[in-house]
Design a protein around this ligand. Structure first.
Ligand SMILES: [Zn+2]
Length: 131
């Protein structure tokens, strides 16, 4: 009865036209000075949504074409707005990988990793004999 109210509002990506929860899209708002990113998601004006996936594929042909259709002469400006975001995400991703790699090295050095995997295979063998 009360579960009906848990509706997730969807927004449609202007480039790939996928309907996604708002959290997975970026809102662009057109102001007098041109397009800008609406970080709060609540700025007035006509909002246009672009999903994160399309931001990551910003420079790939299908996305550039879709953005060109959606934004027309403003497509270049919109791409310029989104590009730093994509680069920031890529940088964050790289940093994340770097961190986990370091952690992985640490595990190998202390042999915890080997011990853990040995314990796991041992465990499954025990399970087999018991079962
Ligand atoms: Zn999209």
């Amino acid at each position: 009865m009360t579960g009906q109210r848990r509706h997730v509002p969807l927004r449609r990506c202007v480039a790939c036209r996928a309907s996604l929860p708002k959290a997975q899209l970026l809102r662009m708002v057109r102001s007098e000075a041109g397009w800008r990113l609406d970080v709060s998601g609540r700025a007035g004006g006509r909002g246009t949504w672009v999903c994160h996936q399309c931001v990551e594929r910003l420079d790939e042909r299908p996305t550039t074409r879709a953005l060109g259709r959606a934004f027309r002469q403003d497509a270049a400006q919109v791409s310029a707005l989104l590009r730093p975001l994509r680069d920031a995400r890529a940088a964050a991703d790289a940093a994340d990988h770097g961190a986990s790699r370091t952690a992985d090295h640490g595990a190998h050095r202390t042999k915890t990793d080997q011990a853990a995997s040995a314990a796991t295979s041992d465990d499954s063998r025990h399970g087999g004999t018991h079962g």
